[in-house]
Design a protein. Structure first.
Length: 231
C-alpha cells in the first residue's frame, strides 16, 4: 500500500499552517472601498521611475543569472545608502547579500544559525513569519509580551529573559513594528545594546518600515552598536 505523500515529507513542513493574516487579507481585499490594514503594503502603486527602471533592465537583457550574492551594483548601492543615511560602514564585497525580500532573508538567516533546541526571542505582538521560521528549524520561539511596557522591549525585561533562557540564539527585533507601529529612540536602542553585549546572541533586525518613520529619525538597530567580529 502506497504511503500518503505527506508522510514522506519533512514533518516541519507538513506542520506549517497557512497564516491567518493572509486569509484575512484575501477577504478584506474582496470588499470594495475597505481600508485594508492587514499585510504591510503601501496604499500607492509602484512609482513610475521604478517601473521604468525595471522595464529598461528587461529591454537591456539584464535577465540572466547574477552572481549568487546579488548584483554588485546593487550591493554597492545598499552600502552607500547605509553609509549616507546612518553612517554605517558595511563592506559590499563581504558583508551584504541580496535576498528576495525580508521573508527570504529571515528564513535564510534562521537556517544558517539555528540548531534543534535553540530558542528565538520575539517581542510580541509580532509579524507572523518569525515563529514558524523558528519551528521549521526545530527551534522554539520565546515571545516577550510588550503590552505592559508601551509595546516596547525594555532593557530590564530583555536582561531577565536572556539570563533565564541560555538557548536563545537570535533576538528578532522588528521596528518600526508591524503591527503596533512602535519604534525606538537612540537611547532606548543603546540601552538594549548594553544588555545584548553581555550575551552570545545574534540580533536579527527587520527594519523594513524604516522609511515610514514620520515624527523622528529612524535609528539603526542595536547590532550596529555591537562589535561585528568577536573574540
Ligand atoms: C515586519 C515585516 N517584515 C517583513 C514583511 C515581508 O517582507 P517581504 O515582502 O520583503 O518579504 C512584512 C510584510 O508585511 C512585515 O510587515
Amino acid at each position: 500500500m502506497k504511503k500518503n505523500i505527506l508522510s514522506l515529507m519533512k514533518p516541519e513542513v507538513v506542520a506549517i499552517k497557512q497564516q491567518d493574516i493572509f486569509k484575512f487579507n484575501a477577504r478584506a481585499k474582496a470588499i470594495p472601498d475597505v481600508i485594508n490594514m492587514t499585510i504591510g503594503e503601501p496604499s500607492f502603486t509602484t512609482p513610475d521611475h521604478i517601473k521604468l527602471a525595471a522595464i529598461k533592465a528587461i529591454e537591456d537583457n539584464k535577465t540572466h543569472y547574477t552572481v549568487p550574492e546579488g548584483d554588485h551594483e546593487l550591493l554597492n548601492a545598499v552600502a552607500s545608502y547605509l553609509h549616507t543615511k546612518y553612517d554605517l560602514n558595511y563592506d559590499p564585497e563581504s558583508e551584504i547579500i541580496a535576498t528576495t525580500g525580508v521573508t527570504e532573508g529571515v528564513f535564510s538567516a534562521f537556517n544558517a544559525i539555528l540548531q534543534p533546541g535553540d530558542e528565538v526571542l520575539i517581542p510580541s505582538p509580532s509579524f507572523t513569519i518569525y515563529g514558524p521560521d523558528a519551528n521549521f528549524n526545530r527551534a522554539t520561539p520565546v515571545y516577550i509580551d510588550t503590552s505592559k511596557t508601551g509595546f516596547k522591549v525594555t532593557p530590564d525585561v530583555l536582561d531577565e529573559i536572556m539570563r533565564t533562557h541560555p538557548r536563545i540564539k537570535i533576538f528578532l527585533f522588528n521596528y518600526p513594528s508591524n503591527p503596533t507601529g512602535v519604534s525606538y529612540t537612540h537611547d532606548e536602542l543603546a540601552g538594549l545594546a548594553d544588555v545584548l553585549r553581555k550575551y552570545d546572541v545574534f540580533v536579527l533586525s527587520d527594519e523594513i518600515y524604516s522609511e515610514l518613520t514620520y515624527n523622528f529619525k529612524h535609528e539603526p538597530s542595536p547590532s550596529s552598536y555591537l562589535s561585528k567580529h568577536c573574540c
